[in-house]
Design a binder for this molecule. Sequence first.
Ligand code: TPP
Ligand code: MG
Length: 373
Amino acid sequence: MDRAQIVHQNFLDRVAAGALPPKGAAAGAGEKAGLAPETAVAIYRAQVLSRALDITSRAMQKAGQGFYTIGSSGHEGMAAVARALRPDDMAFLHYRDAAFQIARADQVPGQRIAWDMLLSFACSSEDPTSGGRHKVLGSKALMIPPQTSTIASHLPKAVGAAYSIGAAKRHAPEHRILPHDGIVMCSFGDASANHSTAQGAINTAAWTSVQSIPLPLLFVCEDNGIGISTKTPKGWIETSMSARPGIKYFKTDGLDLYQAHAVAQEAADYVRRRRKPAFLHLRTVRLYGHAGADVPTTYLSKSEVEADEANDPLLHSVRLLQEAAALSPAGGSEDLYRDLCPRGEDPRRGGDAPASQIRCRGGGQPDPANARL
Ligand SMILES: Cc1ncc(C[n+]2csc(CCOP(=O)(O)OP(=O)(O)O)c2C)c(N)n1
Ligand SMILES: [Mg+2]
């Protein structure tokens, strides 16, 4: 069975049995108190919609309606990072950051994020981000410059964008879109961090910071411990990044939406106030392998793959929302999942509508609030 189907079934079975994964480095009561229940639920909703879109992109590929299936499953903690930033903080995203983009879309009026992303999967000429050239995250309204999966290529651009905020204060440009108190965020994977382009950008940020030149840039490294089929050595990111001159290091658990939000908020506040770069090390897992055609059990043991699947961030979110009594009734988190992800990978299974019949309930303009995928 396909891993996407396994993860989907796993979610339904474990939630029904109340067999939710235990807390890791759990959020304290303070972290839970720092996030309003409605924001926590909005983060969870963005996480589930991101998952639904992953499932749908694979169904579309099987049906010959979509192409590029690299997904965001396991990296849904980025929805909490989005909520720790302002929607006018420019964000250069890792290709697994659909949950970030969806969560940000909730903060900006007039968005139709699910529909726009589906257009991108279908390589539709109506795709507002790339005109159908590629599955690309990005949106002008959301301050997310379009980004393909050319790893590390966006880090130098992010350094330049962050530098430009201070430069625009010193010499008023003709056109300024970044606010004076804004920051820039740039996310990437643990393997991408080794790319010379990434290292050059990180070094530039450190050098600039040490010279006391403003560089309000938050690096976010989404550490799932692997790049395609090559494992990152244990502790590599922390050891190599925690003591860089001029860059403050923060670490958090992307499986825990409360903790991820609290630490991302702390890191973003540091960057905003001090106008200095920070490095947020976010633990994630990678579900479904690298991309659609990848079979992770060819290079990882079954138990390694299953250990990540047992740590599905959505299962952690269900437990955390229950503990915080953020949803009423308590079963609401399962209902929300069933509503957005009514089926697993196979669009023909159980008589569900095929991918070609993806419709949004209520008709009219598709909206993530009523999209049934
Ligand atoms: C410049 C460049 N070199 C190589 C690749 C091929 N490639 C795609 S993803 C990837 C590994 C990325 O791993 P990581 O940064 O850990 O991100 P993850 O997929 O684990 O989230 C590589 C080498 C690429 N896309 N771009
Ligand atoms: Mg990785």
